[in-house]
Write a protein of this length. Structure first.
Length: 298
């Protein structure tokens, strides 16, 4: 099991709801956090932070970041952008890690940890898949930056022609499935620091990922699907958005994401998140039947 980790940052965690009545899942890079924000976008983010403090108490809103980045990478950005609040939870490394934040300390979710394989097993499967794909004319370029022990193996696939790309990426998915690996394939976003003209190809344990995080957290707290919200900007967010009761793309989303999801805000970044949550939570949550929460310790 992962040890508890104290992030090297000073922002306060959001107050813990007395009773969780709704959950919001938010991609981090280029959704919650604009990498090159204007003064207005910084003000929007700070207004969102203030709203989340209020919503935790008034509506029982549990709020988390669900991101492809590792925890150290997320915390580096938190410090660099001087964020004032940490969320209730962070599902990092494409949802292979799920940590709850209490008083600045990140505590792994024990029940989530139980489903994860050893890193060595994941590495062996990913190596077998990439070798087979290379033999079949689909070269993948390893990405740097994942910390030791990560349960994600990230690669770039550089585009060629549309027809060739479609065939190659279909082969990536089928090969991963045959080896009992999960895989995420999404167009890279240069605004988040990715190279041009390529796709992210991320191998991870089967049963993990952003969609699985939504299901796990919602069921753990007994929150009905209608009271779950999700926000994203890119193709790797689409399954998470579809799993939530209300899934919204921010206005600065990628072309790939926009073509795959109908609910797109007219506002970018934090302004979109704030507008949706204010509208959805403007009255006390409706009296809906609640699922029975799982008995889990954190």
């Amino acid at each position: 099991m992962l040890p508890s980790v104290r992030p090297r940052a000073e922002p306060a965690s959001l107050p813990v709801p007395r009773r969780v009545g709704a959950v919001a899942f938010c991609d981090f890079d280029e959704t919650y956090l604009a990498h090159a924000p204007t003064a207005a976008e910084v003000a929007d983010r700070e207004a969102l932070e203030d709203f989340l403090v209020e919503a935790a108490g008034r509506h029982g809103l549990l709020f988390g970041w669900v991101t492809g980045s590792s925890l150290p990478s997320v915390m580096d950005k938190v410090r660099a952008h001087r964020l004032r609040r940490l969320p209730h939870f962070i599902a990092c490394s494409l949802g292979t890690e799920l940590l709850y934040l209490r008083d600045g300390v990140a505590h792994p979710d024990p029940s989530w940890q139980e489903r994860l394989p050893e890193p060595g097993r994941l590495a062996s499967l990913a190596e077998a898949v990439t070798a087979e794909l290379a033999d079949r004319g689909v070269p993948l370029v390893p990405q740097a930056g994942r910390p030791p022990g990560s349960l994600v193996r990230s690669h770039y696939y550089y585009t060629r022609t549309p027809a060739s790309d479609e065939r190659s990426l279909a082969l990536v998915r089928s090969t991963a499935e045959r080896h009992s690996l999960g895989v995420g394939v999404s167009r890279c976003n240069p605004a988040a620091g990715d190279p041009e003209n390529c796709y992210d190809v991320d191998f991870l344990p089967a049963g993990c990922g952003k969609r699985a995080v939504v299901r796990h957290v919602r069921r753990a707290y007994g929150v009905p699907p209608a009271d779950t919200f999700a926000f994203g900007d890119s193709g790797n967010d689409l399954e998470m958005l579809r799993e939530a009761g209300r899934g919204v793309l921010v206005a600065n989303c990628t072309t790939e994401a926009r073509s795959g999801h109908p609910d797109v805000s007219g506002l970018p970044y934090a302004a979109a998140i704030l507008a949706v949550l204010r509208d959805e939570l403007r009255d006390e949550l409706r009296d809906r039947p609640r699922e029975e929460p799982r008995k889990e310790s954190r």
